[in-house]
Design a protein around this ligand. Structure first.
Ligand SMILES: [Fe+2]
Length: 233
């Protein structure tokens, strides 16, 4: 059995209403359910064209900053490191329309994401430890290597947002001598869409290639933390 630390009881939904066996329900994580519900509603309005992407990002940033000032995942299975992979990436929620997903990433010291784009909007924040983000300029013809424009440390609780521009590339890595945990929200089912990354090991000095990032849930034997069926109407 997994360990649930003190469950959060705040939020506007009663866990009595859960119909599925989501780990979020077992832990009584009503705070996460309320957060997923609010963000999902905004993401759907964005995907339907009822809300401009800039307004989606503004709302998601505000809600997420308030949320992560109080929340940490109570189910410790979703915090497990993966020494056998580039890093661990656990799916916490994805809607039926594949227009919104919430993911928890865990980096061990020395682990890093590739230089990548998202092809959808993205918001992320470090919950524990220290992460470093690098931003890049990428030529529209995708023929020359990405040029780093910025490097920054991500303070815990500060939410970064990135638009869906295909040429918006970044990279995130562990910047501390202990594992880091970060929460990511996307305007798509991020583990199942095809995106672009820079492959520096490819011949002739590297090139951009397609990739899908996938989730660690299956390898870890974990379900999605919150099932759609456990999201309130
Ligand atoms: Fe990213």
């Amino acid at each position: 059995m997994f360990a649930c630390i003190e469950p959060f009881v705040s939020g506007s939904f009663s866990t009595d209403e859960f119909v599925d066996d989501s780990p979020a329900a077992i832990c009584g994580d009503a705070q996460f359910v309320a957060f997923a519900k609010r963000c999902n509603d905004i993401a759907i309005r964005g995907a339907d064209g009822r809300l401009a992407e800039s307004h989606v990002l503004e709302a998601i940033q505000t809600i997420t900053e308030a949320f992560v000032s109080e929340w940490r995942i109570p189910d410790s299975r979703y915090l497990a490191c993966r020494p056998d992979a580039p890093y661990a990436s656990y799916l916490l929620f994805v809607n039926d329309q594949a227009s919104f997903s919430i993911v928890l990433d865990v980096f061990m010291p020395g682990q890093a994401a590739v230089i990548h784009n998202h092809k959808c909007w993205c918001a992320f924040t470090c919950l524990d430890g220290l992460e470093r983000e690098r931003l890049y300029d990428v030529a529209p013809d995708l023929l020359s290597p990405p040029a780093q424009t910025e490097e920054r440390i991500c303070p815990v609780g500060q939410v970064r947002v990135l638009g869906s521009d295909r040429f918006l590339f970044h990279q995130v890595e562990c910047a501390s001598d202990a594992p880091t945990v970060s929460l990511h929200l996307y305007g798509a089912d991020i583990g199942r869409i095809q995106r672009d990354m820079w492959d520096a090991q490819a011949g002739n000095g590297g090139r951009y290639v397609h990739f899908s990032s996938a989730y660690s849930n299956e390898a870890a034997g974990l379900p999605t933390y919150l099932a759609v069926s456990d999201l309130p109407e």
